[in-house]
Design a protein around this ligand. Sequence first.
Ligand SMILES: [Ca+2]
Length: 267
Amino acid sequence: MSAEPHIPAEPAFSFAFQPIVDTVAREVVAWEALIRGMWDEPAWQVLNQVSPLHFHLFDQTARSAAIALAGRLGIDRPLHLNFLPQSLASYPKSLLTTLEAAHEAGLPIGRIVLEAPEAELVEDRAHFAGLLKEYRKLGLRLAIDDFGAAWADLNILADLQPDQIKLDMRLIRSIERPGTRQAIVRAIRLACFELNIDVIAEGVETLAEYTWLADQNIRHFQGYLFARPAFEAFPPAHFPQTAEEAATSARPVASSRPQPARSKKRA
Ligand SMILES: [Ca+2]
């Protein structure tokens, strides 16, 4: 008698979406899908229920589900999906299911951005880059997530040539206070500028953090200051103004000719 194939039990899950905004154009430029429980329970409650043995399979299943939900909600911007690089090493074809899900949802491949955490990209980057190469030729984009949480390793930028990096919130928190983190963020931004890599500052919560980062010519942001994640919905974004932006927008628009004085006489 042959044994029944083992089907891993999966926790029930859904997603919240949080915008990535361009504060210069003042628009939402992408959405990140964040895993949640069926009743908006936090991510860790879901992930704790996944057996480590099946984590990579779950990673793949979750990506397809996020795409399907975003499609049902009528997404019309790029979709950022969290991605474990090791799942590609374990199942080299795991991204095919992601592409199939995108096709079914009517989402062009060029609008899928995989977010791979810096800390998970320690070993065998060349192998990972090789596995990803064909998918990237098809238009799939790569972001290095939580950049700066591990080593802020600039070599990763050359090795993987990501389209984007997301500055980790541990670098961002109270970044307006002078210190070494300011120097690190400036160096990362400069390297990314030279390499044509977009910088997204994530976890931005205060106007002071935003103001300092905007002064470094960073224009892509994610964080509570702009919008909290919304369960199974695309929430509206809020665009705060730095003191300088507020002063510019409050200045009256110069008129080339004086306004005609209104006649006090009634006709
Ligand atoms: Ca992420």
